[in-house]
Design a protein around this ligand. Sequence first.
Ligand code: NAP
Ligand code: GDD
Length: 334
Amino acid sequence: MDGAAVGEFWLFVKHECTGVAGMQRSALITGISGQDGSYLAEFLLSKGYRVHGVYRRTSMPTLSRVEHLLDDIELHQSDLTDQASLFKLIRQVRPTEVYNLGAQSFVGTSWDQVLTTGDTTGLGVARILEAIRCVDTNIRFYQASSSEMFGKVEETPQRETTLLHPRSPYGVAKVYGHYLTINYRESFGMFACSGILFNHESPRRGLEFVTRKITHAVARIKLGLQQELRLGNLEAKRDWGFAGDYVEAMWRMLQQDKPDDFVIGTGKTYRVQDFVDLAFAEVGLSPADYVVVDPNFYRPAEVDLLLADPSKAERQLGWKPRTDLAQLGFRALI
Ligand code: NAP
Ligand code: GDD
């Protein structure tokens, strides 16, 4: 056998052994059809995990973001509002790690669907934690918490110890999930971590979020398919990063010796107006000719300024964002 063949052989043996001995790490991802779920699935596959994903039954397919992974992942139908199905799923799959990314994640909708948001984004965390507690408290758990919990910010930049002051039903639901994660750690000794992630974007971001709404519209305007872009509050400031970088931080949290909570962000903040300016500049157009401020897109209560202090993550997890907004590149977002 030549060197390459020997390498292949040993890889095969290792794969077989870990499979037989049940040592191959496996992860269950709720929200695998979402932006972060798709990047996390790719990342965990690259680390040799067996990846299981939870998806909901819908009348139209929602799996386009993981279409390229369908041969490599195992999908299971369930729902964060259905306790029995979550319990059965955890018992059947017995993952070593659970990443709870599923949520009603659009802040604007949370005022129109307060109860759905509370049920999925808040109580969904309780249901999955209960399922894990009943099946095996050694399963490691990641909760997708949010900088939206800081809301009307009590200090800047925001860190793990900053007081929470949510400004939307979504933010309130996330605060419940965050504290419940900490509570299960303290009550039952579970390895449960809460990642407080600031806004992160990508070409896979939903079109209703402001970054994709802007870049999508800019592309359509450039192509003559759209005449104007209607937006709400242009003065809101966000700490925007790249989703592909952030999923690595989720995984790193679950590889620590002790469970803990971490702020994940870039440490830079921009106004929505800055993002608009950069996106239009990318295609050589002037925003003043196309952007219309429309109060219909204002929120009942706004989060004016988000700016992360990610230094704890850098110190303890060895994690740093690799991509800032300029590097992410507006062309990639379009
Ligand atoms: P996303 O693209 O909106 O994905 C949300 C996922 O949740 C989708 O897969 C969705 O499934 C699933 N889901 C919704 N309701 C569900 C239910 N009842 N049962 C099971 N699954 C359900 O969100 P994302 O940007 O990837 O964010 C991932 C998580 O991080 C979310 O919890 C979000 O709140 C949180 N977060 C995001 C950011 C950010 O900037 N992206 C920042 C902080 C925290 P369908 O495809 O069927 O709708
Ligand atoms: N969506 C949207 N549409 N937002 C607008 C618009 C508009 O037309 N015009 C101005 N904005 C402002 C919003 O008022 C908000 O201040 C900012 O743009 C960002 O809005 P989104 O992109 O919808 O994101 P978000 O910050 O509300 O929430 C996202 O980040 C959170 C983390 O801080 C979501 O991903 C949440 O799930 C996440 O937890």
